[in-house]
Design a protein around this ligand. Structure first.
Ligand code: PHB
Ligand code: FE
Length: 325
């Protein structure tokens, strides 16, 4: 039996480069990405692959595992990263087809960035909702380096404080999204007592979110010690299946997201959780989750930025749930 999935890729026809790191090879053609390793091959639709790759690159491999699908993904060990095929899938590991290799973060990042740049065609924005962008298909045609190098807002204290990450406005290129035309755009009036000018800050959080030009890409809008508020606007499908390495909280601010929850180690389905506006959930640290948002919605992801957590993850003492009764 021929177990090769990958057709003979003729890069002279498609114009795409192939990329290699360690024993992994990445190829694309007009519709698919192909990942090869010594134990086998895996193929993914190129649009889903590029959307996932965009998040892995933009978030510096994120917290824990970024699964592109049930088979392929990366796990961040903060300084070095595992790239795996099948390692978090019960059937692949049972068949001993799984393969994992560890790379220095910056070396892997260089390859992923070059791949994303070469494989993203003009007109395709991997951060955008499908209705707000062109498509990823076809032969190599230009690039979108400007779009794929966008940096999300990362506040040091809170967006809008002079010197910190700016608020969004028409003037700086963030019009209100079509789905949030009814969101009040007025800013709060700040009246500080004499002597406290410059020490008080407030901003219209809903107006800020209504102007997000991307989907599934949390910004950090406020930092209070280790508490990071990471709101985002969501539409269609979270391009990654996130296997978090610590508890994380979701607060659904508007509309509705349906979360598919799977076992982090085996990819076995565990639950489907529908979150409506006002719903709050704590996502355990041993699962993976992927959201589906039928309409553009507002979600607050609340992350724990504790520096001690890295060591607790390494020695296996990090709590899996936020509270044990
Ligand atoms: C998550 O994996 O928790 C996550 C990532 C990106 C989002 C929302 C949630 O936009
Ligand atoms: Fe997550």
């Amino acid at each position: 039996m021929n177990t090769n999935l990958k057709p003979t890729i003729d890069n002279t026809q498609t114009g795409y480069e192939s990329f290699k790191i360690g024993n992994f090879t990445f190829d694309r053609d007009e519709y698919f990405a192909y990942i090869s390793c010594p134990n086998g091959e895996h193929m993914m639709s190129i649009d889903a692959f590029l959307r996932a790759m965009m998040r892995d690159v933009a978030w510096g491999f994120f917290y824990g595992t970024v699964a592109f699908d049930d088979v392929f993904g990366t796990t961040n060990h903060y300084g070095n990263v595992d790239v795996f095929i099948g390692s978090q899938h019960a059937e692949w590991t049972k068949a001993e087809r799984d393969y994992l290799e560890n790379f220095k973060s910056d070396e892997l990042m260089d390859v992923f960035k070059a791949l994303l740049s070469d494989w993203t065609n003009e007109g395709f924005d991997p951060f955008a909702a499908p209705q707000e962008t062109g498509n990823a298909w076809g032969r190599n045609n230009g690039n979108e380096d400007k779009l794929i190098s966008r940096q999300r807002e990362v506040a040091k204290r809170m967006v809008g404080i002079p010197g910190d990450a700016p608020l969004r406005s028409d003037e700086n290129g963030y019009p209100v999204n079509r789905a949030f035309a009814d969101v009040d755009q007025s800013q709060p009036v700040i009246e500080a007592e004499p002597g406290f000018e410059g020490e008080l800050h407030a901003y219209n959080f809903f107006a800020f979110l209504s102007r997000s030009d991307v989907t599934w890409n949390p910004s950090i809008v406020s930092v209070v010690r280790q508490s990071l508020f990471c709101p985002t606007t969501e539409e269609y499908i979270l391009p990654i299946d996130h296997g978090n390495d610590r508890v994380e909280w979701f607060i659904q601010i508007s509309d509705e997201i349906v979360w598919d929850i799977k076992d982090g180690k085996t990819s076995a389905p565990l639950a489907t959780v529908t979150m409506r506006a006002g719903d709050v959930s704590a996502q355990p640290a041993d699962i993976r989750h992927q959201g589906q948002s039928p309409k553009r919605s507002m979600l607050l992801v609340w992350e724990n930025g504790s520096p001690e957590i890295m060591d607790m993850i390494k020695d296996g003492t990090v709590p899996i749930v936020p509270v044990t009764f």
